[in-house]
Every structure is written in structure tokens, then in C-alpha cells.
Design a protein around this ligand. Structure first.
Ligand SMILES: [Zn+2]
Length: 338
């Protein structure tokens, strides 16, 4: 079959690869209903993560099960499923604490920018729907797999509560999903930091009450003004740079919480500063499996529409154009039709 392979920075090809097969009794093979490109795919695409060998790309997925290994019990061929980008057994102590992304058997999904994909640890990773979802819900169900699950985790880790004041640092797809999550969790004031008109518009649609385009010290000052002079209760850091992490720390009130889900690149902390700052911090790869049933339910009941974050939809054969569009920030997030 044809699938997406990254050969070197900037060099993405849709080319022939072996079809996925059951390798372990705990595997499933799914036929994807749609696939997409993640902001984190841009790190190796931009050469910021080393590419030492050709990589089969793609870790966000939903689709129909076509085969399962003999040990798989919770899903069967013909069922529509959504899975997390983190593969987990969902039975070990970390999984039982709701941190499936730290599962004792954790693996990370690959090879999902393709018509078919192998999902290891199928029982602990996949959640099936009752029937076949309507076609128009596919983008939103696909979003649950990573980008919504990650934005949701950022809000959960930042302890967003009814009435909270929230700042979202980063106007990429995950930041926009963080806005959606904060709104669903009952935040009263949701401040989205963004300088881009189309992203500001989507943030407002998802529930942002304020847009702040200033950054750095000026951005922190504007946020203090909007939060009674103290900073926000909850801050979602959805970028992963030193600048965005500093922005998050400066935008949180003492005793407030930061949920950080941007994969850090070059971020360092000063121990003394952190000590006197008195912020709660929780981050990491999102344990999407914890949130999957609830988020799938919200989508299926049409209470949320995270699929709107895909502002570019192209055939998967044009995947290299999709990477280019996201790299040049012409697209927030690209959906690949398979
Ligand atoms: Zn586990």
C-alpha cells in the first residue's frame, strides 16, 4: 500500500510500504476513516528532531477494525474505533491512576498517515462506538485521538474548574482545543494569546472571552490587568518553547496551575525562580485514553465540534503539500482523506 514516509527534513513522500499485519496477539489492524498531520510531526519535518532513518508518519487515527490478534477481547472486526496516540495496556498501576501515557508497556503510535495501520495493545488503547458514526462526525472523532485529548489534558492538568480564569498560551490546534476544553469545564474567563486573525476567530468560537496579542512582559501585564492584578488560576502551555513556558509562568497567579503539553524543545527552569513562584505544574504526553469515552460521547451527541480545527482537507496522496501548508502556517491543521 501507499503511505506517508519522512526521509529527511522537508522530504515527505507518499510511497509504497508493506501492508501492516498482526505481529503480536494484542494487535489490531484498522482501516482508517481519515488521518491528519500533527504539529509535533513538524519537529522532524523541520529538522529539529533528528531523522536517522525513513519514518512512517502519523499517530492520530480512527477507523474500522479489519483484523485482531487472538488475545484481543474488547474490539472486533467491523467496529468503528478511536484510539489514543499513546498505546497502553490500561491495566498497569499507572494506567489505573489515569496516566496511560506512562503505561509500563507504553508505545507511541506510528504509521497512521496511511489507509491501514497496526494498533498494538488494542484492548487497552481502542474504544469502539455503538454503531457506525455519521460521516460528518469523522473529523471530530479523529481530533479526539490526539489534538482534543491533548488540549483537554492541558486544561485538566491546569485544574480548570467552574468559574476559573484561564490563559491559553499557543494558538495552534492544541491551544484551540484547550480553549474548547476550558469552556466545557466551566471556566468563566478564557484568555487566548494569539496574533493571527483566523486563529483568534476560531478561539472566540470555541469559547475564548478575551484575545491578547501582546507577548512577553507586555503580554503578562495585560493578563494581570484581566485577572484582578494577580494572574490566572489556570494556564495551558501549548507550544513547548522557552518563550512560551516563561509566558505561562508569568501569567499564572501564585497557587495557580500550569498544564504544559507542548513538547519542550530547549526549555530550562531556574530552581530558585520556580521555588518562589509557587505554581503547580503538570505536563507530559496526554493520557488521552482516560478521556476517550467522555470526549467521544460529547462528539457523538454533537455537543462539541473539535473537527473545525481542520482548516485544510486534502487527499492523502497530497500529504507533502499538507506538511508544507502547516509548516508555513497557512493551515492550522490538515486532514488527510484516505
Ligand atoms: Zn498500563
Amino acid at each position: 500500500m501507499l503511505a506517508t514516509v519522512l526521509h529527511a527534513p522537508g522530504d515527505v513522500r507518499y510511497e509504497d510500504v508493506p501492508e501492516p499485519v498482526i505481529q503480536k496477539p494484542t494487535d489490531a489492524i484498522i482501516k482508517l476513516s481519515a488521518s491528519c498531520i500533527c504539529g509535533s510531526d513538524l519537529w522532524p519535518y523541520r529538522g529539529l528532531n533528528a531523522v536517522s532513518q525513513p519514518l512512517q508518519m502519523g499517530h492520530e487515527y480512527c477507523g474500522v477494525v479489519v483484523a485482531v490478534g487472538e488475545a484481543v477481547k474488547t474490539v472486533k472486526p467491523g467496529q468503528f474505533v478511536v484510539g489514543s496516540f499513546c498505546l497502553s495496556d490500561n491495566t498497569c498501576p499507572h494506567c489505573r491512576h489515569g496516566f496511560q501515557s506512562s503505561c509500563e508497556q507504553v508505545e507511541f503510535m506510528t504509521g497512521a498517515q496511511a489507509p491501514y495501520a497496526r494498533v498494538p495493545l488494542a484492548d487497552g488503547t481502542l474504544v469502539a462506538t455503538d454503531g457506525m458514526p455519521d460521516d460528518d462526525l469523522i473529523p471530530s472523532l479523529l481530533a479526539v485521538s490526539d489534538v482534543l485529548g491533548t488540549g483537554w489534558y492541558a486544561a485538566d492538568a491546569a485544574r480548570v474548574r467552574p468559574g476559573s480564569s484561564v490563559v491559553v498560551v499557543g494558538d495552534g490546534a492544541v491551544g484551540l482545543m484547550g480553549v474548547l476544553a476550558a469552556k466545557q469545564m466551566g471556566a468563566e474567563r478564557i484568555i487566548a494569546m494569539s496574533r493571527h486573525k483566523p486563529r483568534q476567530a476560531l478561539a472566540l468560537e470555541y469559547g475564548a472571552t478575551h484575545i491578547v496579542s501582546e507577548r512577553g512582559a507586555e503580554g503578562a501585564r495585560v493578563i494581570k490587568d484581566l485577572t484582578g492584578g494577580v494572574g490566572a488560576d489556570s494556564v495551558l502551555e501549548c507550544v513547548g518553547t522557552q518563550e512560551s513556558m516563561s509566558q505561562a509562568l508569568e501569567s499564572t497567579r501564585p497557587g495557580g496551575s500550569i498544564g504544559y503539553v507542548g513538547v519542550p524543545h530547549g526549555v530550562t527552569f531556574d530552581g530558585q525562580q520556580l521555588f518562589f513562584a509557587q505554581r503547580n505544574m503538570l505536563g507530559g504526553p496526554a493520557p488521552v485514553r482516560r478521556f476517550l469515552p467522555h470526549l467521544m460521547d460529547l462528539v457523538l451527541r454533537r455537543e462539541i465540534d473539535p473537527g473545525k480545527v481542520f482548516d485544510l482537507q486534502i487527499p492523502i496522496a497530497d500529504v507533502s503539500e499538507g506538511y508544507k501548508a502547516m509548516d508555513e502556517r497557512r493551515a492550522i491543521k490538515t486532514l488527510l482523506r484516505v
